[in-house]
Design a protein around this ligand. Structure first.
Ligand SMILES: [Cu+2]
Length: 372
């Protein structure tokens, strides 16, 4: 079968939101600068098997997904994009707390990068975790044509693993010639129903993706949903431990199911023995998505006990918030964070108080107004 149609009754979700207002970070003394330069250009990429035709995509650095950008927490990132497309573009850094002028929302936080022009995004990475970057000009078209890539920020508390793997999951809407279905860009039917759902499932732009790992290894698996509208329901053939969502540590939960909405990320710790561990998309049937394949030629590790914690467990979440005087806010609140002198402003409330909040390595006084 040429195509894997999986039609779901799922709700679409918007991609990308403007970041918080302003960050006035002070660079640490040992701050490194990661400098990269990518073309944003049309390119061919084979999304199917050997019998498939190349698809005409738009890519960063001639790579699908875009090239992995990896840095350490508090590093400075300086990435220049040369627009070789015939249309405007811009780049959004999804999940990064960032100055608005670097946030990439065309016509809102910056002028778009015109054809033939370049723009350098230059900012400090305040938090460790799993992030990604993608076009934010006519996103519904440019993401769907391949303009996205992973951004991984390593932190001092990262768990010790044998493999640190990024899987970007996408559903492409392809026609019978393996080309992007461009006629449906901006479809009012999509916009008024479920968003742009695709029909071809890939991990790292490969169908039924296989990644080789050492037998008996511990893997950090970083999942990123790069689809326009698809909410993936992912089932694993073994147990995984959820350690982070949307870039930030969470309480550890053992699971064999993950629901991942567009733009969301989860980080899992997976202990692989000597048998493959499969990830299957189960929303509309059972589609193989990705597989971790133990391969002895990569070397072998000592057998793992059944216990996940034979080796040091991942550290407990760093994201801790302590409010000295508990309060109840029935009306809901909005917190606006800035760093490094973090402030939070709670709306819909009446009484001001001072509290201490610790957030990773930072501790700051928090002003909030309690409800009721
Ligand atoms: Cu986004």
């Amino acid at each position: 079968m040429l195509r894997r149609d999986f039609i779901l009754g799922m709700t679409g979700a918007a991609l990308g939101t403007p970041a918080f207002a302003s960050l006035s970070g002070v660079a640490p003394a040992n701050q490194a600068t990661i400098t990269r330069r990518f073309d944003v250009a049309p390119a061919k990429h084979r999304l199917g098997d050997a019998a498939a035709s190349d698809s005409d995509l738009w890519l960063y650095g001639n790579s699908s997904p875009g090239p992995l950008i990896r840095a350490k927490q508090h590093d400075r990132l300086s990435v220049t994009f040369n627009n070789r497309l015939s249309v405007d573009t811009s780049v959004h850094w999804h999940g990064i707390r960032i100055d608005n002028r670097m946030d990439g929302v065309a016509h809102l936080t910056q002028q778009p990068i015109a054809p033939g022009e370049s723009f350098t995004y230059d900012f400090t990475l305040p938090d460790a975790g799993t992030y990604w970057f993608h076009s934010h000009t006519r996103s519904w078209e440019q993401l769907a044509q391949g303009l996205y890539g992973p951004l991984i920020v390593d932190g001092p508390d990262d768990p010790e693993v044998d493999h640190d793997i990024v899987w970007m999951i996408d559903d492409w809407r392809l026609d019978e010639n393996w080309q992007i279905h461009t006629e449906s860009f901006g479809s009012l039917r999509d916009w008024s129903h479920q968003g742009r759902l695709g029909n071809w499932l890939t991990v790292n732009s490969v169908s039924d993706f296989t990644e080789q790992v050492k037998p008996n290894s511990r893997v950090r698996l970083r999942l990123i949903n790069a689809a326009n509208a698809r909410i993936f329901n992912l089932s694993f053939s073994g147990k995984a431990t959820l350690i982070a969502t949307d870039g930030f540590p969470t309480s550890h939960q053992e699971t064999d199911r993950i629901t991942l909405a567009p733009a969301q990320r989860v980080d899992l710790i997976v202990d692989v023995g000597t048998s493959p561990l499969s990830m299957t998309e189960i929303s509309g049937g059972t589609l193989p998505a990705g597989k971790l394949l133990p391969t002895t030629s990569l070397g072998t590790d000592l057998p793992l006990d059944q216990s996940l914690c034979r080796r040091p467990c991942p550290p407990r979440p760093r994201l801790q918030r302590h409010v000295e005087s508990p309060f109840t806010c029935k009306a809901g609140f909005t917190a606006i964070w800035t760093a490094p002198n973090m402030r939070a402003k709670f709306l819909d409330c009446g009484i001001s108080r001072q509290n201490t909040v610790s957030y990773g390595p930072l501790t700051a006084k928090l002003a909030h107004t309690a409800c009721g």
